[in-house]
Design a binder for this molecule. Structure first.
Ligand code: ADP
Length: 414
């Protein structure tokens, strides 16, 4: 089956076409036919497309909204211009899988989309006011463009964390606030953490129940997950993706009392303080320069910038602190796994996060760490009691597989 995978953001849309089915999933032989991204939707959009492992191609078009963007890319994919031999017309797209940010307590696994499911996603809008409406627009646009008979599947970023026990998902605030408004920790990056846990099992040749690891997704957004017996038992993001680790522009953990203090002193309303914590904090806020880790590292190398160094130090310190906390919470683990743009590509940041974790049995292999850039591999020494791995994430592959499994009536593993 050729699955169109969609990840819709407010002004961008990432898409892939992956050929998969139950046999290919079993054999791990799924094929990525195409990947692409539409940026600056709402104006003169830039469409970047890459066929297989071929060169990237750039196109431009005026695309006023996500519906126009989807119409454009589907037409392009089905046209002879795309040159994808497996797809000659729209009929060769067999299903669509969507990344949906928030499934609340309602969705604990991927589901075939129906009217009822769409209502459910709508009911979670309070929890993700920026993301869920965009995801819904994508689902509706596909229905309008490809008809009701086109199977669509929702894969939730929160679902992997549905296994969190009460003691890790409840905030220590009056319990009735949870009952009234479902205020609790949900966790995000679940598709990525679940994929990493799956690859980890394959790499080690172990069953799900034996997978005890701390997974660190370090990209623009960053989160850690404590995965015990193959299931998520704690994670650093909370009710929203603002809690936890230091991120590109997000603060991660802060004392909630500073919100009203900032509001008072800066003369701004509370919602603007929240925006400040989401958009102007993290690496950007501390350094005053950029949210981009690679740029910060070169700033430090070239200009020895003090605040850039401080931002990186705080970033690594917070990540290490979470590893320690999760090791304690889980009663130890067998491995730490790095993923996401920073986790996959920066040996320097990985080494700094792991500094001083010898007490926990971690002995990093500098050579292997330096070599594992953008590819999977063990980066700890042979015999290290706590192992460390780099596992590049592949959320789209998991979405494609869940979509195929949902349509073919196969249960989705967590
Ligand atoms: P997103 O969370 O938006 O998917 P990514 O996972 O691609 O983002 O991560 C983006 C982050 O990864 C940026 O901070 C970028 O600077 C960082 N990054 C990418 N390559 C490197 C590298 N070689 N060294 C350090 N950081 C890197």
């Amino acid at each position: 089956m050729n699955i169109l995978v969609l990840n819709a953001g407010s002004s961008s849309l990432k898409f892939q076409i992956i050929a998969t089915d139950l046999e290919r999933i079993r054999q791990d032989t799924d094929v990525r036919l195409l990947r692409g991204e539409v940026d600056r939707i709402g104006g003169e959009a830039v469409i970047t497309i890459q066929k297989g492992d071929g060169p990237k191609q750039k196109l431009t078009a005026t695309l006023r909204d996500i519906s126009a963007a989807l119409d454009y890319i589907i037409r392009w994919i089905a046209s002879p211009d795309s040159g994808i031999s497996e797809i000659n017309s729209v009929a060769d797209i067999h299903a669509v899988g969507h990344r949906v940010v928030h499934g609340g307590e309602l969705f604990t696994e991927s589901v075939l989309i129906s009217e009822e499911v769409m209502k459910g996603i709508e009911n979670c809008i309070d929890l993700a006011p920026l993301h869920n409406p965009t995801n819904l627009r994508g689902i509706r646009a596909i229905r309008d463009l490809l008809g009701h008979q086109m199977p669509q599947v929702a894969v939730f970023d929160t679902a992997f964390h549905h296994s969190l026990p009460e003691h890790s998902y409840l905030y220590a605030i009056p319990y009735h606030l949870y009952l009234r408004y479902r205020i609790r920790r949900y966790g995000f990056h679940g598709i990525s953490h679940r994929y990493v846990a799956y690859r980890y099992r394959l790499l080690r040749g172990i069953d799900r129940e034996k997978a005890n690891l701390v997974s660190l997704h370090l990209g623009n957004g960053c989160s850690a997950a404590a995965i015990r017996g193959g299931i998520s038992t704690d994670t650093s993001m909370g009710m929203t993706p603002l809690e936890g680790l230091v991120m590109g522009t997000r603060s991660g953990d802060v004392d909630p009392a500073i919100l009203s203090l900032i509001a008072l002193k800066e003369g701004i309303p509370l919602n603007e303080v929240e925006t400040l914590l989401n958009k102007q904090s993290g690496l950007l806020g501390i350094s005053g320069l950029t949210n981009d880790m690679r740029a910060l590292l070169s700033e430090i190398r070239e200009h020895d910038d003090r605040r850039a160094s401080l931002a990186v130090e705080i970033f690594c310190y917070r990540a290490r602190k979470y590893i320690g906390a999760y090791l304690a919470a889980m009663g130890g683990a067998d491995a730490i796994v790095f993923t996401g743009g920073i986790g996959e590509n920066s040996p320097e940041i990985r080494a700094r996060i792991c500094e001083g974790l010898e007490w926990a049995g971690l002995s990093l292999d500098d050579g292997k760490n330096n070599e594992a850039v953008g590819r999977e591999g063990l980066i700890s020494r042979e015999g290290s009691r706590l192992a460390a791995y780099v596992i590049p994430t592949d959320e789209e592959l998991l979405i494609a597989r869940d979509t195929a499994r949902c349509i073919l009536g196969e249960p989705n593993p967590s």
